[in-house]
Unconditional design. Structure first.
Ligand code: SF4
Length: 398
């Protein structure tokens, strides 16, 4: 029996409405459609359950709480029934089960149900604490609804909450961003995730900016916002542990830490990806195609590839560099079989000279400046090699 997997991601593709900046795959939540989707998802759960011994489960989307209370109950109950020993695991202190929510979709009934069935962490897509900015982002909720959601979750017994925010929104000032962060911390979350707004092609946000002739937030303002983010979160007792993530002591997201440390995981649902037995796979994005494949007894995989050891090492370095702990050279060599300066001697020298990384032969880390352009620094570590391609679902067994 191969090793079981400790991390499971479940993707729910529905949202109440499309946000103006969003390029993720999502569809409007319709009850009858969701029923058929859930039946397919249940079959995928059954197909992978035997290989799971999860320490973390993350139900993301889309907006998982756009499902009705009955549908959420059906999904969570099925997970508990199919995954060996999940019933007993959910009560263990180090088990992390996260569900993402959007403030417009969480009722107290749903919150109580999630808690009762074992969910112990909720990630709330707040995004801004200003109604005009929320409107600009095309969010379907107000600031008051964010406060109500946090209150509802606390009343339901949740003690581990993340709030997601976006900064560098056109029209947002540095002072406004600072105020948002202080008000967010006053809501006493255990974790904050903050992302610079990215402008995706062909989104309503971009079209509106073009129509209005409005400018995107410039680089200088964005950097000032990021620096303010570091200062205000530190004052609030939050430690940065990844480029975009901040936590109170012991409240880092263990599910995401596994991604950044290059660990394997199973992903199910349309457009979910996974890393299993060295194979990286991605499910079909379209939920009709997903449902049809499963109803016809086929795996819903769109593509699967096995990276070469060098390419895998490159991917691992690019992810791990995002964490404040950086990359320990000895652990990296144990995990990949490569020494860091064997693969990237020139890059290490160049990036050090540019003041973007610190490298003392034992540990590699981004500098504060490097963290500001982490994606660009990480690209230097990507290795493109010929890959082995398959069309099977690695977690189904083959
Ligand atoms: S809630 Fe999230 S996934 Fe859904 S449309 Fe908005 S940004 Fe996209």
């Amino acid at each position: 029996m191969p090793n079981p997997f400790a991390h499971l991601y479940v993707h729910i593709p529905f949202c109440v409405a499309k946000c103006a900046y969003c390029a993720f795959y999502s569809e409007p939540a319709e009850e009858r459609r969701a029923e058929r989707f859930l039946a397919a998802l249940e079959r995928e759960i059954e197909a992978v359950a035997g290989r799971l011994a999860p320490q973390t489960i993350y139900i993301g989307g889309g907006t998982p709480t756009s499902l009705t209370a009955e549908q959420l109950e059906r999904l969570l109950t099925h997970l508990r029934a199919c995954i060996p020993n999940l019933e007993s695991r959910v009560t263990s202190r180090d088990f992390e089960w996260t569900v993402e929510t959007n403030p417009a979709t969480l009722t107290s009934e749903k919150a109580r149900l999630l808690r009762l069935l074992g969910v112990n962490r909720v990630s709330v897509g707040a995004q801004a604490l200003d109604d005009a900015l929320l409107e600009r982002l095309g969010r379907v909720h107000t600031v008051a609804m964010i406060h109500e959601t946090v209150e509802t979750l606390r009343t339901a017994g949740f003690e581990n909450l993340n709030l997601d925010f976006i900064f560098a929104i056109p029209g947002q000032t540095v002072a406004q961003w600072g105020q948002t962060l202080r008000r967010a911390i006053a809501m006493r979350p255990q974790h904050l995730s903050t992302y610079e707004l990215t402008y995706e092609d062909d989104t309503p946000l971009l079209r509106r900016l073009e129509e209005e002739g409005a400018a995107r937030t410039d680089e200088e303002t964005t950097l000032a916002m990021y620096e303010l983010l570091l200062a205000v979160t530190a004052e609030g007792g939050f430690a940065q542990y990844e480029v975009s993530n901040f936590a109170l002591p012991g409240r880092e997201c263990r599910h995401n830490l596994n991604y950044w440390r290059g660990g394997e995981y199973v992903g199910i649902g349309p457009s979910a990806s996974g890393l299993v037995d060295g194979w990286r796979y991605k499910n079909v994005s379209n939920s009709d195609a997903y449902i049809q494949r499963i109803e016809h007894g086929q795996a819903p995989v769109e593509c699967a590839e096995r990276l070469t050891p060098r390419a895998r090492a490159g991917e691992l370095a690019a992810f791990a560099l995002r964490m404040n702990e950086g990359i320990a050279a000895a652990a990296f060599e144990r995990q990949t079989g490569f020494e860091l300066d064997q693969l990237w001697a020139r890059e290490l020298a160049d990036l050090t000279a540019q003041g973007l990384i610190e490298w003392d032969g034992e540990r590699l880390r981004l500098t504060a400046r490097g963290r500001l352009i982490a994606d660009r620094v990480a690209e230097s570590f990507i290795i493109v090699d010929k890959t082995e391609v398959g069309s099977h679902h690695p977690a189904y067994g083959h």
